[in-house]
Design a protein around this ligand. Sequence first.
Ligand code: HEC
Length: 185
Amino acid sequence: MSILKVFLACAVTFSLAQATSYLYLDNGVKLDVKKGDISIYNGSPVEKISKKGKKVLVKISGYIGKDGKTLYATPNRELILASVKKANMIKKDSKNSKKGSVQVLISKDNLTDDPEEAWEENSDLFYDKCTRCHRARVVKKHTMKEWDVLFNSMKQFAKPTKKEAKLILRFLHAYAKDGILTQKD
Ligand code: HEC
């Protein structure tokens, strides 16, 4: 009996650890919510807090930018997850913490548990625009900072639109050597 309890406890812990979902915007880099007071960005990992009919309350956590109004995925502040109109809309983890979060109510259509689905538009663009002259470069070979430089020099060749450039660079950052979605091997 007690072994079963331990097993159940582990199963619950496991399922909570798997609770990350991803913002799925089928067209574009960001979605404005709360009358434009909060913008959330394509592919960002979120935590589901509660469900209200077809809406889901999600929490987006990250490192607070210098302006106090932006949340980034990593300490080097490369990949934007969310931005707010006023700094006090970001709840700091603790008084002097560099990290904080925002909670927003979004349609469940804008959520997926599959990161590949969330990042599909970005990766399609990368393979479309960046394999015309050479084979697809291995994204996880370079850090986010290296990709800033490499992408900048390749942009003139690939000629993406502004929106496409943002989506491709987000993809390179997310799957970079120090990216948040990179599989370690
Ligand atoms: C018009 C042709 C062209 C397109 C389109 C293009 N590249 Fe390149 N790329 C080159 C050439 C030429 C080189 C240098 C020779 C080589 O390494 O193959 C290069 C080299 C690279 C390198 C290696 C650079 C280094 O210093 O190690 C990376 C990484 C790269 N490209 C990424 C990209 C990405 C990302 C895109 C899409 C945004 C892209 N390329 C689109 C032509 C292109």
